[in-house]
Design a protein around this ligand. Structure first.
Ligand SMILES: N[C@@H](CCC(=O)N[C@@H](CS)C(=O)NCC(=O)O)C(=O)O
Length: 213
């Protein structure tokens, strides 16, 4: 059975849980307490070179890290990853966008906001992230005004990846009032069969107030 190396408040890991739920694929979980340093042990770094979650281990012992690489692997041959080379590349386009402009911008702001770290960051850094987050939301608003899903007419792993942090922009202190198409897209994703509504706040982990090692 597939093994998922997981940390419950991680939305990167939630992406993988979402896909596994939508595929109705069984898996077992190994929790990794990232704020206590479990990600940075030599043993775990053989599974995930950066020490981050999520990562997976297959039945044959092979391991794979990076949430979007895991999504692409698990979605192969399913409706969530198109076969057509151009349509696949479009999915990749938005997976790259997600890592560069959503996870590392909205995701970081949300992490700092939810765990009390915002005041420990420089005002310039926070202002830069806020401006970047606003640009990201504006891009998504424009794109989602002209098609139902981010990579085309169908729901794909690109939507799953984006949803993980972009849909929680409010928890990063960002307003979605001026983004009606983006809000409609959120509702469209939540209505997908097998959607995983269960998300876990950082507050379930008392160690999350600490800096990552
Ligand atoms: N690009 C990676 C980012 C993964 C990541 O940063 N995961 C966080 C949890 S959301 C983590 O494990 N952080 C621990 C650390 O940075 O040491 C991915 O998409 O999987």
């Amino acid at each position: 059975m597939l093994t998922l190396f997981d940390y419950l408040p991680s939305q990167n890991a939630w992406k993988v849980r979402l896909l596994l739920n939508q595929l109705d694929r069984p898996y077992r979980t190994v929790p990794v307490s990232i704020f206590e340093g479990e990600g940075q042990t030599a043993t775990y770094r053989q599974i995930s070179p950066t020490g981050t979650v999520p990562a997976i281990r297959l039945d044959d012992g092979r391991v794979l890290a990076e949430s979007n690489a895991i999504l692409a692997y698990l979605a192969e041959g399913t409706p969530y990853l198109p076969r057509d080379p151009f349509e696949r590349a479009k999915v990749q386009q938005w997976l790259h966008f997600e890592q560069e402009r959503v996870e590392s911008v909205i995701g970081a702001l949300r992490h700092w906001t939810m765990t009390g770290k915002l005041s420990r960051r420089s005002p310039e850094l926070v202002a830069g992230k806020r401006a970047g987050a606003q640009r990201t939301l504006d891009i998504l608003e424009r794109e989602l005004a002209i098609r139902p899903f981010i990579a085309g007419d169908h729901y794909t792993i690109a939507d799953m990846a984006l949803f993980a942090y972009a849909s929680l922009a409010g928890e990063a202190g960002l307003s979605l009032d001026a983004h009606p198409h983006f809000r409609d897209w959120i509702a469209r994703i939540e209505a997908q069969p097998g959607f995983l509504a269960c998300m876990h706040p950082y507050a379930i982990d008392p160690h999350s107030v600490n800096e990552l090692p």
